[in-house]
Design a protein around this ligand. Sequence first.
Ligand SMILES: C[S@@+](CC[C@H](N)C(=O)[O-])C[C@H]1O[C@@H](n2cnc3c(N)ncnc32)[C@H](O)[C@@H]1O
Length: 309
Amino acid sequence: MPSVLKSLRALSDATRLRVIALLEKDELSVQELQEITRMGQSRISTHLGLLLDSDLVRSRREGKRTYYRLNQITGEAGENFVKLAIQGARELQEYAADQINLKRILSRRREQAQVYFNQVAGRFDRVYGPGRSWQGFGHLLLRIIPPLVVADLGSGEGLLSELLAHRCKKVIAVDNSEKIVKFGAAKARKNGLKNLEFRLGDLQNPPIEPDSVDLAILSQALHHAEDPAAAIAAAYRLLRPHGQILILDLQKHGFVKAHDSYGDRWLGFAESDLQRWLEGAGFKKIEISVVAREEEPPHFQTILAGGEK
Ligand SMILES: C[S@@+](CC[C@H](N)C(=O)[O-])C[C@H]1O[C@@H](n2cnc3c(N)ncnc32)[C@H](O)[C@@H]1O
């Protein structure tokens, strides 16, 4: 609660009434107040100093600028001071011009904020945006999924499995590399993920009970399987009725070095291959699409394929 005497003293000047009336709508910087009132910086600063001292106004610093706003005064006397000050300001000759200038400054502020987005409109998705990342989107999407039992087949060290384990009821990560399974299991333990279990096994015959899983994922794993059709059929068996399969893989490509560089058995798949194998396994509601294309050569493209048991 501001001191009554200090408030009365602060309100006994026409310029300070003008400032209070201007701060009613939004916070303003000294430069903005100068532009609106056409007064010099030192004069504005002196008046702001007195208003701060009376607690009718408060300030906040942002970089090199200080912004001033009306204090949220509780109590009848304080509220009345502000109301009276604004009423008084309305009687001043400068009031109308102040309000017109204020409107102009505030709309210029809004326009400045929009300039950037207007400039990048149409290519916004491709330019850098602070804090915007696929990781962020991934975590957001994870919050939407229900508590499923998931099999991550050809899991690697569990990049995806760990993410899923934060939201899912249980995640079973299967990989045929003993070293990877050991490493992944130790990492899951270290991260306290009790619902993530690593199992050593093959994509074509994963060590998981039939009809026990809600979602089977093969992320960049199918192109390592000796028999991809058999791996898809195996995933079908371990799913519960209406369970889903999701496959992320490479679209068929000609980058032969992938055999040696990445240990790939197959150079990606055509959509038609995936369609045939999913249908053959018994999946319904099949959806297949290319979801990403790398900027750099050889421009690998990612296919997402899904179906329901
Ligand atoms: C490219 S990594 C993908 C890892 C992970 N799914 C991801 O998206 O980050 C392929 C993984 O599949 C495993 N893998 C290869 N052939 C397999 C097979 N026949 N059965 C099970 N896992 C296999 C490899 O050990 C490797 O960890």
